[in-house]
Design a protein around this ligand. Structure first.
Ligand code: CLR
Length: 456
């Protein structure tokens, strides 16, 4: 459970199956207009992760939230928060595989240690419609969401959207200084010392909310699959009139077929106080976030391109899968806040990324088996269908996935009352809220979700 990236695995037992002889279209054409989340696709299109593990990937750059919680400057906090939201998009661009649908009651826990520490707890709380409830505790902040993905097939492309919003709560500065020394700050590692493991009262927390924009997956009929996010993100501060409004440049899909266009993955936005613009920013959501310190510069292009290390991670075109440098043109006062870095990967690791689902070192650790402390039997890591896929055993994986789906159907038929999640409770607004009980680690009553014997 306690995972440190420095010691975690950096590869999978086997590379993925070459998909070039499989057509995704032939599989999903039966699903035109239907919701693909209810549709079981062949495992060659899966990646060895469950959806609630894939969502944990949004935390790869959680250190931005740590910085946002500790910064003294209001504008910088807004930039760090917006950069975090951008970072949650950046990890999905190359990953054109479908994560496994979690079983009802499946859980996933990730306690990350080292440079970026946080504690992620999630549960699949509804099956029809699929809803994943997540709760993350970091240093002086918590993040929670109910994610209800809807995936629709429209003939030439697939649109995935996620209902539900992210809620970020950051401990207010003045309360923290009132409480005295640094050592009384809440850390994600000392939940035991925290008052009853419960969240702080609302008035002690700054609350920010946003919704994930929809994802458009291109080239379902032919060509290389690729995706982009669309629309606008409103990051709203509950206790004031301030907000950050991010606009993703729209991009027509046929323009991208042969040429890489200048607007690809670009976004820009403003931070508002009521109706007044107080700051601006821009970037490429596959790669970087720049604050624009002088509002007058917004329309002015300097002669310098983005200089952040690393690469924008995607190139569309004739089967090219290498990364290319980010081509964002800076303004005179652009200031780098964040960029996506693959710099911890060796050249050898980078060279084989495409054969390993484009996983990063962070992704590799998500489904790694851990031995201490004990996890509930419902944890995604115990799913054998994903283990088979990791090892490249497609037949074994399909058979086990099928068995689990059948078992889940049989369970649903037998269930008389509505399913009750173990770690989240439905509140008066119909949202699933974390109960803080998971951390007491009493797992005796958890069902053996994935084993056969428990059903007999
Ligand atoms: C035809 C096949 C290969 C399509 C694959 C579609 C994949 C790439 C889509 C389907 C559902 C999508 C997810 C839906 C919801 C969220 C939550 C959000 O906060 C981050 C993005 C994330 C995690 C999306 C990532 C991309 C995703 C996993």
């Amino acid at each position: 459970m306690a995972v440190d990236l420095k010691t975690a695995r950096r590869t999978l037992p086997a590379p993925m199956l070459d998909r070039s002889s499989y057509s995704i279209f032939s599989v999903i054409k039966q699903a035109i207009g239907k919701d693909l989340t209810r549709f079981s696709i062949p495992v060659v299109w899966n990646e060895p992760l469950s959806f609630i593990q894939r969502v944990a990937e949004c935390l790869e750059y959680s250190s931005l939230l740590d910085s946002a919680a500790s910064t003294e400057t209001l504008i910088d906090r807004w930039h760090l928060l917006t950069a975090f939201v951008v970072s949650t998009l950046s990890t999905h661009l190359e990953r054109m595989s479908k994560p496994f649908n979690p079983l009802l009651g499946e859980t996933y826990e990730l306690k990350m240690e080292g440079d970026t520490s946080f504690h992620y707890i999630s549960e699949q709380v509804s099956h029809h419609p699929p809803v994943s409830a997540v709760y993350i505790r970091g240093q002086n902040w918590t993040l929670s969401a109910n994610i209800e993905p809807k995936i629709k097939f429209h003939g030439t492309n697939v649109v995935a959207l996620s209902e539900g919003r992210w809620i970020l709560r950051i401990k207010k500065k003045q309360n923290r200084s009132r409480s005295g020394s640094q050592s009384s700050f809440q850390s994600c590692n000392d939940e035991e010392t925290e008052n009853n493991n419960s969240d702080h009262a609302d008035d002690e927390m700054d609350e920010y909310t946003w919704k994930t924009p929809s994802v458009l997956v291109h080239n379902i009929l032919f060509g290389r699959l690729w995706c982009e996010f669309q629309g606008q993100i409103d990051l709203i501060h509950k206790q004031s009139e301030q907000r950050s409004v991010l606009t993703i440049k729209s991009h027509s899909w046929f323009a991208s077929q042969s040429t890489k266009t200048a607007d690809m993955f670009k976004y820009s936005g403003f931070i508002y106080d009521d109706k007044t613009k107080i700051s601006a920013y821009h970037g490429n959501y596959g790669h970087c976030y720049y604050a624009i310190d002088d509002l007058k510069d917004v329309q002015i292009k300097s002669s310098s391109p983005c200089s952040a290390a690393g690469h924008n991670c995607i190139q569309i075109g004739q089967n090219v899968s290498t990364a290319y440098p980010c081509d964002l043109v800076l303004t005179p006062s652009s200031r780098l806040i964040w960029y996506r870095s693959l710099s911890s990967m060796t050249d050898q690791e980078l060279a084989v990324r495409s054969q390993y689902y484009y996983f990063t070192p962070f992704t590799y650790c998500l489904n790694e088996q851990v031995t201490t402390p004990v996890l509930p039997p419902t944890d995604s890591r115990y799913r054998q269908d994903m283990k088979y896929l990791e090892k490249g055993d497609i037949d074994g994986s399909s058979a086990e996935k099928h068995r689990l789906e059948e078992q889940q159907r049989a369970d649903a038929k037998q269930r008389e009352d509505e399913f009750q999640p173990l770690w989240f409770r439905k509140d008066e607004n119909g949202e699933y809220v974390y109960t803080h009980e998971y951390e007491q680690r009493r797992f005796d009553h958890c069902p053996n979700l994935f084993t056969q014997s428990s059903r007999e």
